[in-house]
Design a protein around this ligand. Sequence first.
Ligand SMILES: Cc1ncc(COP(=O)(O)O)c(C=O)c1O
Length: 400
Amino acid sequence: MKLSLSRRAQMTPASPIRKLYRYADAAKQKGIHVFHLNIGQPDIPTPREFFSMLKKYAKGVVPYAPSSGFPKVIEAWRTYYRHLGIRLSAQDISITTGGSEAIYFALLAVADPGDEIVVLEPVYTSYVIYAKMFGIKLVPVTLNIRDGFHLPSHKALVGAITPRTRAIVICNPSNPTGTVFTKREIDIVAGIAKERGLFIIADETYREIVFTKKKAISFLSLAKVRDNVVLVDSASKRFNMCGARIGCLVSRNKSIMASVLKFSQGRLSSPFLEQLAVMPLLRNSGQFTHHLIHEYRGRRDAVIRGLSGIPGVSAYSPEGAFYVIVGLPVKDADHFCQWMLQKFHYHEQTVMLAPAEGFYVTPGKGKNEVRIAYVLSAPKLSHAMMILRRALEVYIRAVH
Ligand SMILES: Cc1ncc(COP(=O)(O)O)c(C=O)c1O
């Protein structure tokens, strides 16, 4: 008898961030250096304090941690939020295996198969992957590169809501656009959620990385949507420790937290040592995050400067995180990205970007766009933009 996979397995899309890796590996085999601007994996060192905590662990066994995290780790997250001016009780926080698991739990807690969730596209790809896995329909509200991917009208947002809508997902500062939503925009989303009885899944993974004078506003600071907010957070980017796999889910809604406890009991425990090792960073987060703004602003400027010299490219100046969506003068950015890895090099060097089509829910959107993650030093980024410019010149002559 022939074996057959679930429809879920067949329908789940591959990550647009990772799908071109085999071409990058093949390029590297040929001795070509690949500048990785496709994935949000920063090159900034993980704080020493993290490794000191790991080294200090002297017990002979690494056991499970409590399913929702060690009380002292939860306490450290409370301290972190208190420094942001957000008061939480220990019951409002559950430690997760990265922010990814917090997204996973949040979606599972608020929507059943066939339910709808409103997202702002271009959207962070894990929402798309998980929604497919769970049979949740994502209803996109399309944002526009010309507006720096800020919110459209109140009417456009409300127009996406149906009787099956359960939540709105908002990532602020945004991956993949780098947009930091204003107080007015945050209030609009909160107002709609309150009025329509919707959850807000607020992903604030990049909270500290904001280049404008005004900081990113946390949905946890809005009293009127206390019960609506399910917050996704992560230690990965602010402490440069993506592989430690520590994040948390925060909600003041007791039913949400009771459900999340059951989900986390199902997976037993988050990483034991890593959650302990994040504690000193959380207790004193400013010390470890204050340099990020300066560093990423310099990197953003290097990318935008580099892009501004390339004919036919459209971009804007992102206000936060470390991503920018860029319109290229090509018909099929996916093909161009693959071509850069397979057929092109400039003095044995090339660039890997993420084709942006996979960040859109609406079929056919984003075909000529890429996402650049500015996760290398500013000089390397300037060089990578020069390579991109040369690649476009050759590609347009050869293919178009
Ligand atoms: C917007 C956003 N949310 C959540 C995550 C998940 O982070 P992690 O699972 O590494 O904590 C990421 C990672 O890139 C992200 O960009």
